[in-house]
Design a protein around this ligand. Structure first.
Ligand code: ZN
Length: 282
């Protein structure tokens, strides 16, 4: 079954540049988008990630939220003729502040799907400022409501089908419980990869301060080891035709390299081609 991914625009955030790419432009501010992903053409409409609660909550991390009326989740869904109650599943790549802030806009019979390890990690205290109390408390309400929450054990059970053409898998990076969402499209496998990748250009196309061949740079915000971060990025580049992170435009991948960037849908038109890097100059 060929599915389609429509990108929802939940507004931008401004944050310190080296938070996104380790060591880059320390002290300088960058503005990045926050996306969600609507998967259409399957058994049900499914949504991946819900953005941040409001502009004020981003200040708890010293960041600036730029969410306007058009970015409200109801308005983003309405562009595709849907209301929150039409969504069967809300999946989360992980539960950080900018990914699970609007779950309380969905009725309890829309089931939220997360990796159990991520719920545990969110209350472990390890990265806790990035897991705001109102978001996590809402998930605990769901935990105590029949069928409002579905917990997965991806590290143990391996990849799991959510519906025909769509499966989830432990990401092994960014946070201890992050998961990737694989979607079969008419043009090949597309993977929504959360924050395992923040910035295609500075991490993969021209990786910041890397001297080895095809060695990605890690982000400045990871809860696993740098070795795990690098391996998780290489695995994504090796396995999917399209990669869709939450804070950068999607990329088309060939032979483990970024060859094009797309805009707000996958499959969709090419926004720009990316010249292949010659790792073996004459
Ligand atoms: Zn994020």
């Amino acid at each position: 079954m060929a599915l389609e991914i429509k990108i929802l625009d939940y507004g931008d955030i401004e944050l310190e540049s080296s938070f996104l790419v380790l060591g880059r432009d320390c002290g300088r501010v960058r503005r990045v988008p926050v996306y969600g992903f609507l998967i259409l053409g399957g058994t049900w409409p499914v949504l991946v990630d819900t953005g941040y609660r409001d502009n004020a909550i981003m200040e708890s991390l010293g960041m600036r939220g730029l969410q306007y009326h058009e970015n409200m989740i109801e308005n983003q869904l309405a562009r595709h003729g849907l209301k929150p109650g039409d969504i069967r599943y809300v999946l989360h790549t992980h539960l950080h502040i900018d990914h699970a802030g609007k779950d309380d806009h969905f009725p309890m019979n829309t089931t939220v799907v997360i990796n159990r390890r991520e719920l545990e990690y969110s209350v472990s205290g390890i990265m806790h400022p990035q897991y705001p109390a109102p978001d996590i408390k809402h998930l605990i309400d769901r935990l105590h409501t029949p069928n409002a929450l579905r917990l997965l054990d991806l590290e143990i059970g391996g990849p799991l089908e959510i519906m025909p053409g769509m499966a989830v898998e432990a990401a092994g990076a960014h946070t201890e419980g992050s998961m990737n969402v694989h979607v079969e499209t008419a043009e090949g496998l597309a993977t929504i990869c959360g924050d395992v990748i923040y910035d295609f250009n500075d991490q993969i196309v021209e990786p910041f301060r890397q001297t080895q061949e095809m060695e990605p740079q890690v982000t400045g915000n990871h809860g696993t080891s740098k070795r795990q971060e690098k391996a998780a990025i290489k695995k994504l580049l090796n396995s999917s035709r399209f990669l869709l992170p939450v804070h950068d435009k999607p990329a088309r991948i060939e032979a483990q390299q970024v060859v094009a960037r797309l805009d707000m849908e996958v499959p969709g038109p090419t926004l720009q081609s990316v010249p292949r890097r010659n790792w073996f100059p004459a």
